[in-house]
Design a protein around this ligand. Structure first.
Ligand SMILES: *[C@@H]1O[C@H](CO)[C@@H](O)[C@H](O)[C@H]1NC(C)=O
Ligand SMILES: *[C@@H]1O[C@H](CO)[C@@H](O)[C@H](O)[C@H]1NC(C)=O
Ligand SMILES: *[C@@H]1O[C@H](CO)[C@@H](O)[C@H](O)[C@H]1NC(C)=O
Ligand SMILES: *[C@@H]1O[C@H](CO)[C@@H](O)[C@H](O)[C@H]1NC(C)=O
Ligand SMILES: *[C@@H]1O[C@H](CO)[C@@H](O)[C@H](O)[C@H]1NC(C)=O
Ligand SMILES: *[C@@H]1O[C@H](CO)[C@@H](O)[C@H](O)[C@H]1NC(C)=O
Ligand SMILES: *[C@@H]1O[C@H](CO)[C@@H](O)[C@H](O)[C@H]1NC(C)=O
Ligand SMILES: *[C@@H]1O[C@H](CO)[C@@H](O)[C@H](O)[C@H]1NC(C)=O
Ligand SMILES: *[C@@H]1O[C@H](CO)[C@@H](O)[C@H](O)[C@H]1NC(C)=O
Ligand SMILES: *[C@@H]1O[C@H](CO)[C@@H](O)[C@H](O)[C@H]1NC(C)=O
Ligand SMILES: *[C@@H]1O[C@H](CO)[C@@H](O)[C@H](O)[C@H]1NC(C)=O
Ligand SMILES: *[C@@H]1O[C@H](CO)[C@@H](O)[C@H](O)[C@H]1NC(C)=O
Length: 834
């Protein structure tokens, strides 16, 4: 993968050079003998006019097309010099913004087209079957669009096709059998789509294939051994699918030319097949997340792969120890990822090859790797999650190319060397979070863009030396003991800072208006003693997604102006001194992307209008949008308390990205519960306790079918608990205590298994789990429900069983995503670097 990125970029540059030289050639040659043909010009014109929204950008290629001129001279068009037919249509990067329509024949009319290049054109919809009419087509390049659905069957007619490139779209369905007929194919790239099913078992028909990439799809089943039999294949990428077996491939008939083999992030398990040692041309090899089921691995099989430049064998789940001396004689090894295996190395280890990137996260390392001292090419070092104590050695900072350094989750206490030991380096990322670092705070190199020093023991004022950095984008200082105020000099980053996390320190005073960066995506100053108003300058942070100011002393009215921030997903004002109404006549509050709304434990007051929660679209849907922006900036994850199931729990990491919560408890709200709450179908936690709500519990709450926790305790609610609430099968925790509710408690397993304390202090309430038995009249209403009760109970038992599953399931997913994103992060770093 790593060198694949590099390779991709190189390929891309080569392409660029090629296409430049190509067009120079075309321009340089004598003027074309033929003007373009009328029917083809019409077809092109029709094609252009199918995209009425295109041409917004000035550099748009179709913008320069003129109806009455020679179409062979149009930007993006190349004609055959002999016949005058349009042979190439290449609109790379134009914003066409529309579907490629199958009703229209304009594309099909260009039947002499040999190259169709519409990459990055913002096209969507299904691929039209008229593509199949382009029987001369050799290159179909449609990367980076939003195409959906399956490839058209007519694609089987493109018998001349050598390159099928439809990466990064939303194609679905199976790997098309019809493709097997396209025996001229040399390159197939379908990476980042939504394809599924198995690959055809006999892929030998692709006898000229050199490049095959179906990474990041959902293919499953076994990896066809026939792929390894294609003698011309040099690049094979199957990463991040659900492949679960790779057969032992006996004797590979002809010597394999495979240079890149990327299998990471699948569900492959068992012993690592020995045939790998025969792929002697391999330079890039990724086996990460292969599950050896705690088995042994004979790492010496890699010794045969003498050309290796990049090796990722992280997370093998093996009990074997990786001895680094294994790698001492490789000559071109540059990228080595061994994370989450046990690694050992001797103090005299010397690696011949110049290592650029070493990832040894979570490898049970307790000693700083001294062999790096001579590795002057090192640019990326991830040594996080080990047990290294003491100081970071000063010699590390004399490695001239060092740019990305992750020491997080160790037991480092300080830095060796003089105070300015860093200064000579061009370091971009420094993550020293979760160690035992103490003052003095290091004097950082000016180049740093990402700094995380959270979870250490730094104290005193936030060092203003931070303001000497040139272009800080991420600053995470949470969970230290910093005191004093937020430095005004943060103004320096007022256009660059995207993440500012200062949670859980002892900061006090006002939040300076000028210290707010307009680029902020995530701001977390929770658990300090900040006071005064929220800085109004936040209104200019149009990218803000996450705002947490919990547990401070902010004294302000509700920040209505936040409604102008369209991307806001998480708003936490919990435990402050906010006051006044959260609704203002004439101001329609809609938070279309908000997923967590926690304004609990403040002094808010007033009644909420019936339609208060309409327009909160993200909570109205039960689709979970995982948020990539947080994920890839790992270790900038914030955490905060939410009250759920009667417990305060800390949502940390990305688990908060799958929660949808409304918590307005502990305020002074009055009036009725707004009916519009039942629009928030995705809601998982609802808390309105400790207010002065009156009236009945809306039966429409039963529409909140994802609800796992509801707390309406300590209000002045009256009437019955609606029987409809039995339908809430995921509801695992509820609290209706301290109200004026009456009548029988509805019968349903998830209700009767609650503790009786959930219903206490309601004078008129009766039935299980309370000990108070309902009188005859009340019983009558119960019996009405009896008919469907049997069925209901079966369902409910299932529901109770299921209700606990999502938690476990989420935990699993979160863990999985976290590990795979960690993986991703490393790759991303490389990507930036290469
Ligand atoms: C372009 O040419 C075609 C055919 O010659 C004609 O039908 C169409 O109206 C023309 N469009 C414009 C905008 O001149
Ligand atoms: C494209 O091919 C289909 C048959 O596959 C045919 O019906 C249609 O007329 C063709 N369109 C053009 C423009 O040639
Ligand atoms: C190729 O196409 C022909 C008909 O055009 C069909 O009979 C044959 O099965 C196809 N082969 C594959 C491998 O799909
Ligand atoms: C796979 O396909 C090739 C080419 O069509 C054919 O020669 C070969 O016999 C097939 N192999 C198997 C195992 O079906
Ligand atoms: C591989 O080839 C060798 C000799 O070339 C032979 O002895 C061995 O049996 C073959 N193994 C398999 C699995 O075909
Ligand atoms: C981790 O390292 C310690 C010594 O540093 C050793 O005692 C322990 O057995 C190692 N654990 C594993 C799983 O190898
Ligand atoms: C707050 O930070 C301190 C260290 O300063 C840490 O011990 C504590 O666990 C943190 N609290 C939370 C809730 O993270
Ligand atoms: C935090 O810093 C204050 C001084 O600012 C000090 O009194 C206190 O002991 C420190 N707390 C910890 C846990 O180090
Ligand atoms: C950023 O700060 C500078 C002064 O340091 C000021 O001139 C500029 O207007 C500020 N920009 C924004 C977007 O607030
Ligand atoms: C928002 O930015 C504009 C333009 O930079 C500035 O004039 C305005 O004062 C800012 N608003 C706030 C509340 O800071
Ligand atoms: C909030 O500030 C106002 C005036 O600015 C003051 O009257 C009020 O007492 C403050 N509220 C709290 C809870 O401190
Ligand atoms: C919401 O619940 C009410 C009462 O249970 C029901 O009448 C209504 O159809 C539901 N609305 C939706 C959108 O499901």
């Amino acid at each position: 993968m790593h060198s694949c990125c590099a390779r991709k970029i190189i390929v891309w540059i080569l392409c660029l050079i090629f296409s430049l030289s190509h067009s120079i050639l075309v321009c340089g040659s004598s003027p074309p003998k033929h003007l373009c043909r009328q029917d083809q010009r019409d077809a092109l014109w029709e094609f252009k006019s199918e995209f009425p929204l295109s041409g917004m950008a000035a550099d748009e290629k179709t913008q320069t097309w003129r109806n009455n001129s020679d179409c062979c001279s149009w930007d993006g068009i190349t004609c055959d010099p002999k016949t005058g037919n349009v042979a190439e249509l290449n609109l790379w990067g134009s914003s066409l913004n529309g579907p490629l329509r199958s009703s229209s024949d304009s594309i099909g009319d260009l039947k002499y087209l040999r190259v169709l290049g519409l990459s990055g054109c913002n096209l969507f919809g299904k691929l039209p079957s008229s593509l199949g009419n382009l029987s001369d087509l050799t290159v179909l390049e449609l990367d980076g669009n939003g195409f959906t659905g399956e490839l058209p069957v007519s694609i089987r007619n493109l018998k001349q096709l050598t390159k099928l490139l439809i990466a990064s779209s939303k194609l679905s369905g199976n790997f098309h059998q019809a493709l097997l007929n396209l025996t001229e194919l040399t390159a197939i790239n379908l990476v980042f789509n939504q394809l599924e099913g198995t690959l055809p078992s006999n892929m030998s028909t692709f006898s000229k294939l050199e490049y095959f990439n179906v990474g990041s799809n959902s293919f499953s089943g076994s990896v066809p051994s026939s792929l390894f039999m294609i003698p011309s294949l040099t690049y094979l990428n199957l990463e991040r699918n659900h492949f679960n077996s790779l057969l032992e491939i006996g004797n590979i008939s002809s010597p394999s030319k495979l240079q890149t083999l990327i299998l990471g992030g699948n569900r492959l398990s068992g012993p690592i097949p020995g045939f790998i040692s025969k792929l002697v041309e391999l330079s890039s090899f990724d086996l990460s997340f292969w599950d050896t089921l705690r088995g042994d691995v004979d790492f010496s099989i890699f010794l045969h792969l003498k050309s290796l430049a990049s090796l990722d064998i992280s997370t093998l789940n093996t009990r074997s120890i990786v001895d680094m001396s294994l790698f001492s004689h490789f000559e071109s090894l540059s990228i080595l990822s061994l994370s989450r295996n046990t690694v050992k190395f001797s103090s005299t280890l010397h690696l011949v090859s110049p290592i650029g990137s070493l990832a040894v996260a979570s490898c049970n390392i307790s000693e700083f790797p001294k062999f790096l001292r001579t590795q002057t090419s090192l640019f990326n070092l991830d040594i996080s999650q080990n047990q290294i104590k003491g100081n970071v050695p000063a010699w590390l900072w004399s490695l001239p190319g060092l740019a990305y350094v992750d020491f997080s989750l160790n037991s480092f206490t300080g830095f060796d060397g003089p105070a300015d030991v860093f200064q000579r380096n061009e370091i971009y990322l420094l993550d020293i979070s979760s160690n035992a670092f103490k003052n003095p705070f290091p004097l950082l190199p000016k180049s740093i863009t990402f700094l995380s020093a959270s979870d250490n023991q730094f104290s005193g004022e936030i060092p203003t030396t931070i303001c000497q950095l040139d272009s800080l984008e991420t600053l995470v200082l949470s969970n230290n003991n910093f005191s004093g105020s937020i430095p005004r000099c943060f103004e320096k980053f007022n256009t660059t800072l995207t993440v500012l996390h200062l949670q859980n320190n002892s900061l006090f005073g006002k939040f300076p208006e000028e210290s707010v960066s307009v680029a902020l995506i995530s701001l977390d100053v929770g658990r300090n003693q900040l006071s005064g108003e929220l800085p109004k300058s936040l209104i200019n942070c149009t990218h803000l997604e996450f705002l947490n100011v919990e547990d401070n002393k902010f004294n302000d009215t509700f920040p209505f102006w936040l409604r102008l921030l369209p991307g806001l997903q998480i708003l936490i004002l919990r435990s402050n001194e906010f006051h006044g109404p959260i609704h203002y006549p004439g101001v329609f509050l809609s938070f279309p992307r908000l997923r967590i709304f926690d304004i609990s434990k403040n002094l808010f007051s007033g009644a909420l209008p019936l339609d208060y929660f309409s327009g909160w679209n993200a909570m109205s849907s039960d689709v979970y949008i995982a948020d990539n922006k947080y994920m890839f900036k790992r270790n900038t994850f914030s955490s905060f308390n939410i009250a759920s199931k009667g417990l305060e729990m800390i949502l940390a990491g990305i688990s908060f990205s799958i929660y949808k919560t409304v918590d307005i408890s502990g305020n002074r709200f009055e009036g009725e519960i707004p009916k519009s709450i039942s629009l928030l179908k995705g809601l998982i936690v609802l808390s309105m306790s400790n207010n002065a709500f009156i009236g009945h519990i809306p039966p429409s709450l039963s529409n909140l079918t994802n609800l796992e926790s509801i707390d309406l305790s300590r209000n002045r609610l009256s009437g019955k608990i609606p029987a409809e609430l039995r339908k809430l099968t995921f509801l695992a925790w509820m609290n209706f205590s301290y109200n004026n509710l009456e009548g029988p408690i509805p019968q349903g397993t998830q209700i009767q298994t609650q503790d009786s304390s959930s219903f206490l202090q309601n004078p008129g309430l009766c039935g299980a789990p309370l000990h108070k038995i309902c009188s005859g009249e009340e019983q009558g209403t119960l019996n009405q429900d009896k008919e469907d009760e049997e069925e209901e109970q079966v369902l409910s038992w299932i529901a109770v069983a299921i209700a606990y599953v999502p938690g476990v399931f989420c935990g699993f997913i979160v863990g999985h995503i976290l590990t795979s994103y960690r993986h991703d992060w490393f790759k991303r770093i490389f990507h930036y670097f290469s």
